[in-house]
Design a protein around this ligand. Structure first.
Ligand code: BV8
Ligand code: ZN
Length: 251
């Protein structure tokens, strides 16, 4: 594995535009359950079609709201792990480093990353389905189980992209543009099954980017990757950063 790490470091030494494309797995070591696979995954208790879609929300707004309150409670008690922190530290060597994340947990920003594109929204933000007024999660009591109402009377929903909903236009088109000019795209902690997000690294590859995957298992994107480093993101990324800084400080 060490010689693969050195190949990755060599690629980094000869790159300018690097991107980190992340999924739920990068937050696993912070204690945030992933969506699929592990037995403590979020979906194992619920099914996406039951909760993370607009019809489910309109059918039973309190149940969907309660599920997001449950997830907010978990997120409010966790912190960024070494994987998030290492990505933020890479910014000092790669000024236009971009993080393109499928996660809604806000942990990249909390770790200090400054150029973060949230393809699926952010659990800290909410909006009224009637008048589109935005509300912060801190505007509500985390313990409240019933869906809050806007001053206009409309229901308030999480600012999260549900199944069957379009991704935020600017965020998605900018992410595509960034991927297409990347020298390296690190693919970290994603099963690669959710679209159109999973197109991002593929578009990068089609335009010459090297794809380097870090995951505890192979994913739907592994076949596109130049390297797949099997292991925990919170353990592998700091080692790569350490080897990189040893080399770069020498030049
Ligand atoms: C849309 C918010 C149409 C909700 C989420 C082709 C093209 C377009 C759409 C589709 C398509 N094919 C199918 C579709 C429909 C659908 C889709 O993709 N379905 C899948 C399930 C088949 N897509 C949609 O509905 C999208 N919308 O297409 O709308 C449209 C277009 C125009 C106009 C109107 C409508 C919307 C998709 C967004 C859904 N929202 N999240 C919420 O969070 O509550 S998706 C959800 O999955 C999360 O955002 C999550 O990030 C995302 C992807 O999952 P992963 O992040 O990969 O997480 P997962 O658990 O799967 O994997 C974790 C990985 O980590 C594993 O590989 C594991 O091994 C690894 N790991 C674990 N521990 C570690 C680790 N790795 C490293 N270190 C560790 N320690
Ligand atoms: Zn309103």
């Amino acid at each position: 594995m060490k010689d693969t790490f050195l190949k990755v470091v060599n690629l980094l030494m000869n790159s300018k535009n690097i991107v980190f494309f992340t999924g739920a797995g990068i937050s696993a070591e912070s204690g945030v359950a992933t969506f699929r696979g592990s037995d403590d995954s979020i979906w194992s208790k619920f099914k996406p079609e039951e909760l993370a879609n607009f019809n489910a929300f309109m059918r039973n707004p309190d149940l969907v709201w309660e599920w997001y309150q449950y997830r907010r409670e978990i997120i409010s008690n966790v912190k960024p792990n070494p994987a998030h922190i290492t990505i933020a530290k890479f910014e000092q060597y790669f000024p236009n480093l971009a993080v393109i994340t499928q996660n809604v947990d806000n942990l990249h920003k909390r770790a200090g990353s400054t150029n973060v594109f949230e393809l699926h929204g952010n659990i800290e933000r909410n909006y009224c389905i009637q008048c589109h007024t935005y509300y912060n999660t801190s505007d509500f009591d985390l313990k409240s189980k019933s869906v809050p109402k806007c001053k206009c009377g409309g229901l308030i929903r999480p600012d999260i992209v549900w199944f069957g909903e379009a991704l935020p236009e600017y965020t998605f088109s900018k992410s595509k543009e960034i991927a297409e000019t990347a020298d390296i795209i690190f693919i970290i902690g994603t099963s690669g099954v959710v679209y159109p997000a999973a197109y991002i690294p593929v578009w990068g590859k089609q335009n010459g980017a090297k794809l380097i995957e870090i995951n505890i298992t192979y994913s739907e994107l592994s076949n596109y990757c130049d390297f797949t480093l099997l292991g925990k993101a919170g353990e592998i990324l700091p080692v790569i950063f350490e080897l990189f800084t040893q080399n770069v400080d020498k030049v």
